[in-house]
Design a protein around this ligand. Structure first.
Ligand code: PLP
Length: 421
């Protein structure tokens, strides 16, 4: 029987309608993306129809090393010949090595780590650790912040549209404007276990903290005896041109959450790291107070160890800073050409956002880019912003090609909108 991509696409779309998510099936069909992926390598994804796409969505930040980085793949293959998952009866050298490496690369004195399977689980663990350490119930987080979609992560996230269907969420959560020191000072008190913030809001539309903001938040936490949790699920491991984005701002958290790039684009891995005092509160009375069957499994640890080591050996943090600076400048040149449609271009390292001033412009640009072979991302908490998150291994030529496709796509969308209005 001959291979028929159209038939496979139709059948897969039907299964999405019947068994996965009917409304997502309609959205994919509407956007022209109702075709299955076939394979991916480096900065490219191919669909089963043979089209190749330059991937600047990067799995929402998971593909900092691109797809199937050979070192991470090899590490996972080697581990598979030994043991995939643990019995939990004995110790794990892979887990011990990964936690040791995290202690070295995370900011400040975050000595201990718990390895889990996703970003939202890392946030759950961090919130629990903050509660048990402080004995306080409350959390303060930022409007338009994004911390995942389990109950805890959702509770501290800041966009109502994803929360309202699930109330009651965690009580004692205050949500204040990101960047507003006064509002933060008013919200944090002696009932606050922790403030949780992204260093740079990703799903909120690549919002950078104003100068001095994070230091002020740190001071407010210290004055009130609250912990500071920085969520670096998206920004960790070189994405913003520093190993952790908090380094740009000279702020050290009590707990940091990580995921995405930690798995090297090969395994799902999350983690939270904290100071020794926080860890003693979490585990001294009961080493199983927080646990996970799959969290910290040898395959995941092997992938994470290889991913971090590759990031260091290939100097990807500096590469992200250098390429990111060039990317931002070129995107700003595009903005100058379209002052009526582009409100702002923002970014740090290889995390950039273009904010449009017209509704639906971002969605149209994403679609046009897709048709031209470039994948860029929609921002869940700020639909007027497209995000560009290329793998840190992207070549300068590939990045230039991505930027010219964005340039063309913005111009074509502007013409389309001008024609309609
Ligand atoms: N925290 C941040 C800052 C994120 O960007 C995300 C996901 O985009 C999460 C948490 C949740 O991660 P996951 O989707 O792996 O649960």
């Amino acid at each position: 029987m001959s291979f028929d991509p159209e038939k496979i696409s139709e059948e897969t779309l039907d299964k999405y309608r019947e068994y996965v998510n009917p409304s997502m099936a309609n959205l994919l069909k509407f956007g022209g993306f109702a075709v299955p992926e076939k394979d991916a390598y480096g900065v490219y994804i191919r669909d089963i129809a043979g089209n190749e796409y330059l991937d600047c969505v990067g799995g929402y930040g998971a593909f900092s090393l691109g797809h199937l980085h050979p070192r991470v793949v090899q590490a996972v293959k080697d581990q598979l010949t030994k043991e995939a998952l643990k019995s939990h009866y004995f110790m794990s050298t892979e887990l011990a090595d990964l936690c040791e490496l995290l202690a070295k690369v995370t900011p400040g004195n975050l000595q201990y780590s718990f390895i889990c399977n996703s970003g939202t689980e890392a946030v759950e663990g961090a919130l629990k650790a903050a509660r048990v350490h402080t004995g306080r119930p409350g959390f303060v987080s930022a409007q338009n912040g994004f911390h995942g979609k389990t109950f805890g992560g959702l509770s501290v996230s800041g966009r109502e549209v994803y929360k309202q269907a699930f109330y009651p969420l965690l009580p004692n959560v205050k949500n204040v404007p990101f960047g507003d020191t006064q509002a933060m000072a008013e919200a944090v008190d002696n009932t606050t276990a922790a403030v949780i913030l992204e260093v740079i809001q990703g799903e909120g539309g690549v919002i950078l903290p104003p100068d001095g903001y994070l230091q002020e938040v740190r001071n407010i936490c210290d004055q009130q005896g609250a912990l500071l949790i920085l969520d670096e699920v998206r920004t960790g491991f070189g994405r913003t041109g520093a190993m952790f984005a908090s380094e740009h701002y000279g702020v050290v958290p009590d707990i940091v959450t990580m995921a995405k790039a930690l798995g090297g684009g090969v395994m799902p891995v999350g983690a939270f790291s904290a100071t020794a005092p926080v860890w003693h509160s979490l585990f001294d009375k009961n080493p199983y107070l927080h646990s996970s069957t799959f969290g910290g499994n040898p395959l995941a640890c092997a992938a994470a160890l290889a991913a971090i080591q590759t990031t260091i050996d290939e100097d990807l943090v500096n590469r992200s800073a250098t390429l990111g600076g060039k990317m931002l400048q070129k995107l700003q040149e595009i903005a100058v050409k379209h002052p009526e449609y582009i409100k702002e271009v923002r970014g740090k390292g290889l995390l950039a956002g273009i904010e449009f001033s017209v509704d639906d412009f971002a969605a149209l640009v994403i679609t046009v880019c897709g048709k031209k072979g470039l994948l860029v991302a929609y921002s869940l908490n700020n639909p007027k912003v497209i995000r560009i998150e290329p793998p840190l291994i992207i070549s300068e030529e590939e990045l230039d090609r991505a930027i010219s496709i964005i340039d063309e796509s913005v111009s074509e969308t502007a013409q389309l909108i001008a024609g309609i209005s």
